[in-house]
Each structure stands twice: as structure tokens, then as C-alpha cells.
Design a protein around this ligand. Structure first.
Ligand code: UT7
Length: 334
């Protein structure tokens, strides 16, 4: 088995910014409520005619450039999204075609906000076994397109964007040291887009009743999130015999600053090791972790050998975490 690491990262958010003050003109809310209850100050929004594949393409392109590889070297493209361009074909196929990854297989993976962690886990199995050498993993969302812009309890929370990572074999002892994934479908109703699938196909009625938009029981998700971030982090560290104080950088899914603060306090991880970017992006679902990872690296917050823990949670319910010992040096030509 090969060790597998991230040898390139990239991210992209659309230009348009919606501030909390902008939202005050759309729903009965205010900057003070949103900032104090969530930590979010603004989010980016894709134009109506821009699908998620475009955001994923932009992030993927940057990751490929950062990894200093040619698109033809990519063996597999995985896109994690819950806002695909279409029910089918897969967004990953569209992104692969645009990137010119002529030799790549491609598929989508949907575990909502945990998407990037699940996709990285799936991708790393292909590389670890030697089946593929280079996998491009992208988490991308256009949440703005599935929000009910009249529902103040949800529309203020989310944003659009995409983040990407190129996975390749790396030297032993580096790269992904462990993954921990989980799910509990009994909590599926806490967060869903009820209509448009085989359970409730699209009809005039479903459109009239707003069933194609995101529905959430915020309090339930909140409690689950605080508990699961702690539990899954401890499990993924235990798997490799690492202590909490050995973590150099902690990148949680960016949903709500109060969720992150409570979970980090419970874990006893030093706040200065925690990456927070939700104040400028909101919750970008599957994109939030890879965007935060890319920014952390570009801002010089990650050095060779650092131990990084990334933790996701979301609809499903799903959750996942990984421990990554950072190196960007791929072994692909050895
Ligand atoms: O990736 C996972 C996705 N989801 C999440 O992570 C969401 C997790 N949940 C949360 O982040 C929080 O539960 C929310 C931010 C969604 C809500 O915060 P909360 O502290 O749980 O507030 P709440 O739902 O209990 O609502 C408190 C009050 C209510 O008014 P009343 O009944 O006390 O009079 C709401 O109607 O705040 C009201 N409210 C608002 N007021 C102003 C709800 N949304 C808003 C708003 N502006 N946007």
C-alpha cells in the first residue's frame, strides 16, 4: 500500500458578495442577529447562469496548476456536491471534460457537508492500492440555488464556492494517516431537500410548496454537530495514537462559529490552531473544508510535517474526519 497525500490545492468563489446588511433588505433579519448567532458576515453567490460545475472547474484548474501536473495525468475526478448541475449526468464528468483530463474516470459523491472528507477517503483508497496515481477531489456547491430566500432561518447561513485537492502517493509516514467516517440515516429529516427525487418527484405542487429548497431543523443539527465533531476527532486521532495537543492545525466544517467554539472547547484544542473562514463565506457545505485548506496553505499556516485534522458533518446525517501529515512532495515519478 502507498502512502497518499495532497500535492496541490485550489479554490474558487464567485465574485458577488452578499452581506448581512444586504440580507436585511430581503428577509426579516439583521446583521447583529446573524453575526452573533452564526459568526457569518458575508457570503459569495454565483450568478443565475453559472452552475456548480463552473466553480468546480475553476478550483480544479488551480489545484492541477498547484500540483504542477498536466490534466492528462489525472486518473480520476471525484466531485462532492449536493447541488449538482443535473441529477445526471454527473457533475464530475462535466468538470473532467472542461479540464481536459482525457484519461480520467469521473463520478459524483453526495454526503452533503461531509462530502470532501468522504471523497478524500474514497480517492485515497484508489491511490493507496496503486490502481490510480493521481486523483482530483473537488468539493463544490451552489447553495444559493436551493435556498428559500424567504426563510430567514436558512437563507442567511449558506454560500457558494469550490475547493479542490490533487492526491498522489507520498513518502511513507506522510499524507493521510487515518480516516473515520460515519452515518445515521434516522436523522435524515433534520436537513434535506425534500422534492425532486424518486421519493417526491417534481410537480407543480412541490414547487408551490417550496419543497425543492433546503429545509432544516437548526437546533437538532446544532446539537448533533457539537457532539459529533468531538467524538469523531477523538476517534480519528486514537486510530493513529496521536494526542489532541499533537494537532498543529484543526480545520472543521464551517457552519457556525458557536458550533466550532463549543466543539473546540470540549476537545481542549488551542483556539489559535483552529481555522475559521465562515465569517466571509458562510457555510459552503462540501466546499468549506477544501477552501479552508487551500487558504491555510497559501497564507503560510501549513508547513512540511504538520499534523492537520479535518472534520466534516452534515445531512444524512453524515460525519467524517481525517488526520493528514502534510507534505506536498509527490512520488509519482519514482
Ligand atoms: O452544515 C450543517 C448545516 N447546518 C447547520 O450547521 C445549522 C446548525 N444550527 C445553527 O447553526 C443554529 O441552530 C441556527 C443559526 C440555524 C439558529 O440559531 P439558534 O440559536 O438555534 O436560534 P433558533 O433557531 O432557536 O431561533 C431563535 C430565534 C427565534 O425567534 P423566537 O422564536 O425566539 O422568537 C427565531 O425565529 O431567532 C429567530 N430567528 C431569527 N431572527 C433574526 C431565526 N432566524 C433568524 C434570523 N434573523 N435570520
Amino acid at each position: 500500500m502507498f502512502s497518499v497525500g495532497i500535492v496541490g490545492t485550489g479554490s474558487y468563489v464567485p465574485e458577488k458578495v452578499i452581506t448581512n446588511v444586504d440580507l436585511e433588505k430581503m428577509v426579516d433579519t439583521n446583521d447583529e442577529w446573524i453575526s452573533s448567532r452564526t459568526g457569518i458576515r458575508e457570503r459569495h453567490m454565483a450568478p443565475k447562469d453559472i452552475p456548480v460545475s463552473e466553480l468546480c472547474y475553476q478550483a480544479g484548474l488551480r489545484a492541477i496548476e498547484d500540483a504542477q501536473i498536466a490534466p492528462e495525468e489525472v486518473d480520476l475526478v471525484i466531485v462532492a456536491t449536493m447541488t449538482p448541475d443535473y441529477a445526471f449526468p454527473a457533475t464530475a464528468c462535466l468538470v473532467a471534460a472542461r479540464l481536459g483530463t482525457k484519461n480520467a474516470a469521473a463520478f459524483d459523491l453526495e454526503t452533503a457537508c461531509t462530502g470532501f472528507i468522504y471523497a478524500a477517503a474514497a480517492a485515497s483508497q484508489f491511490v493507496a492500492t496503486g490502481m490510480y496515481k493521481t486523483v482530483l477531489v473537488i468539493g463544490g456547491e451552489t447553495m444559493s440555488k436551493i435556498l428559500n430566500w424567504e426563510d430567514r432561518s436558512t437563507c442567511i447561513l449558506f454560500g457558494d464556492g469550490a475547493g479542490a485537492a490533487v492526491l498522489q502517493p507520498v513518502k511513507e509516514g506522510f499524507g493521510f494517516l487515518s480516516f473515520e467516517l460515519g452515518s445515521d440515516g434516522s436523522g435524515g429529516k433534520l436537513l434535506s431537500q425534500p422534492a425532486g427525487g424518486s421519493q417526491c418527484p417534481a410537480s407543480l405542487e412541490t414547487v408551490k410548496n417550496n419543497l425543492h429548497t433546503l429545509q432544516m431543523e437548526g437546533r437538532g443539527v446544532y446539537k448533533f454537530a457539537v457532539r459529533i465533531i468531538g467524538d469523531v476527532t477523538l476517534k480519528v486521532l486514537e486510530k493513529v495514537g496521536l494526542r489532541r495537543d499533537e494537532v498543529d492545525l484543526f480545520i472543521p466544517h464551517q457552519a457556525n462559529i458557536r458550533i466550532i467554539d463549543a466543539a473546540v472547547k470540549r476537545l481542549g484544542i488551542s483556539p489559535h490552531k483552529v481555522i475559521i473562514n465562515l465569517y466571509k463565506y458562510g457555510n459552503m457545505s462540501a466546499a468549506s473544508i477544501p477552501v479552508a485548506l487551500d487558504e491555510s496553505f497559501k497564507e503560510g499556516r501549513i508547513s512540511e510535517g504538520d499534523t492537520i485534522v479535518m472534520v466534516g458533518f452534515g445531512a444524512g446525517l453524515t460525519w467524517g474526519a481525517c488526520v493528514l501529515r502534510w507534505t506536498k512532495a509527490g512520488l509519482k515519478n519514482d
